[in-house]
Design a protein around this ligand. Sequence first.
Ligand SMILES: Cc1cc2nc3c(=O)[nH]c(=O)nc-3n(C[C@H](O)[C@H](O)[C@H](O)COP(=O)(O)OP(=O)(O)OC[C@H]3O[C@@H](n4cnc5c(N)ncnc54)[C@H](O)[C@@H]3O)c2cc1C
Length: 421
Amino acid sequence: MVDADQTFVIVGGGLAGAKAAETLRTEGFTGRVILICDERDHPYERPPLSKGYLLGKDDRDSVFVHEPAWYARHDIELHLGQTVDAIDRTARTVRFGEDGTVVRYDKLLLATGAEPRRLDIPGTGLVGVHHLRRLAHAERLKGVLASLGRDNGHLVIAGAGWIGLEIAAAAREYGAEVTVVHRGETPLHSVLGPELGQLFAELHREHGVRFHFGATLTEITGQDGMVLAARTDDGEEHPAHAVLAAIGAAPRVALAEAAGLELADRADGGGVLVDERLRTSDPDIYAAGDVASFPHALFGTRLRVEHWANALNGGPAAARSMLGREEIYDRVPYFFTDQYDLGMEYSGWAPPGSYDQVVIRGDAGKREFVAFWVREGRVLAGMNVNVWDVTDPIQGLVRSGVRVDTEALADPHVPLESLVA
Ligand SMILES: Cc1cc2nc3c(=O)[nH]c(=O)nc-3n(C[C@H](O)[C@H](O)[C@H](O)COP(=O)(O)OP(=O)(O)OC[C@H]3O[C@@H](n4cnc5c(N)ncnc54)[C@H](O)[C@@H]3O)c2cc1C
C-alpha cells in the first residue's frame, strides 16, 4: 500500500525519469518525489539534438519535457547538476551532490540512460573532435556545422548508425563536406540488415556524402592542436576540420553495479537487468529507459532499447510498477528518424539472422514504401518510409504473430488491418 509518507527517488532526469515523475503524480501518488540529474538543464528530449534543433529549425524551448515551473507545481523535488554517486540498499538511501546529501527512499528508479562510446585512438584530445548526447553538445555542434558549411570545411563521422547518419544529413544541409567511415559494409546493418541499409547509403550518396565502408579510424592527426585529418586502418587519410564520433552508446550502469544489482550480459546488450515489470534484482529498485534490459515475451529474448519511445513508455510503466500495479511492460519497440526529406518509423525487432524474407509494399525506388521483416510468414518488424499512419496496423501484425500471405502483405491495395486475423 502506497501512502503519503513514502519517498520515491528517481535517478536520471532524461525522458524516462521525467515521465516516471509525471506518472507518479497522475496516478495519484501523494508522497515525496525526488528527481536527481547530473545535467543542469531541465529534462529534455534528445531526438531534436540531431535533427530540428541541430538544423536551427526547432528552438531551444521546444526540447524540454515540461516547462521549468511544472516541477514545483507538481511537487517534484528537482535536483539538477547533481550526481548520485552511491546507493546503500540496506539503509535504502542514495547519496548525491558535492556535499554528499543522503535521502532515504521507499522505492528507487534508475533512469540513468546511456553515454556515447568514445574513440580510443590517438588524437581525440584535439580541438574539433566531437560527440553528441547532450544539449550543450548540440549547441556546440550547431556552430561547428555552420562554420564548416561557410568555409567549405570537411567533417569526418565515425559510425553509420542513426545518429551518425542524422548528423551527416544535417551537415550536408549546412553545406559541409562529409565522409562517413563505417566498420560494416552497409549502414545500420545490425538493425536493418543489408537490404534496407543500402537504401540509406544511396540516400546519403545522392546528397553528396562519401562513405568509406569496411574501415575504422585509427588516428586523428592535427596541427597546432586542431584536427587536420582522420586515418583509417586500411591506410587511407581523409582531410578533416572536425571529427564526430558516433560509434554507439553504453548503458550507464556504474551506480547499479556498485550497489550489487544484477546486470545483463554484455552479449545481450548489457544494462541493468529487470523483470517484465521493470524491477531489478532488488525488489525496491526499478530501472527504465536506455539503461534497462528487460525480457520481451513477444520476441522471446531480453532487449535493451535505446530509443525515445522506450523512455516515453518505460518510465511511466516503471512508475506504475513502483505503485504496485501489476502491469507487464511489453510494448513493441518503436523508433523514428528524419534525414533530408526521408521520414521513417520502425516497429518491431528483427536483427540479421532472425528473418528469412524482406517484403516490400510500395515503391522503394521512390522511397515511399513499407518494408516487413518476415520469418516463416510472421511479421517480426515493419518500417514505413514516407508512408504515414500505419504504425498501429504494423504493430498489430507484429504483436499478433499470425502467418500472413506475403503477396497480400506486398500489395498496397490490401489493407494491413485485414491481415491481422
Ligand atoms: C542525439 C540523439 C538523437 C536521438 N534521436 C532519436 C530518434 O530520432 N528516435 C528515437 O527513437 N530515439 C532517438 N534517440 C534516443 C533517445 O533519445 C534515448 O533513447 C532517450 O534519450 C533515452 O532516455 P533515458 O531517459 O532512458 O536516458 P537519457 O536521456 O540518457 O537520460 C538519463 C539522464 O540521467 C543522467 N544520469 C546518469 N547517471 C546519473 C547519476 N548517477 N546521477 C544523476 N544523473 C545521472 C544523465 O546525465 C541523463 O541526463 C536519440 C538520442 C540522441 C543522443
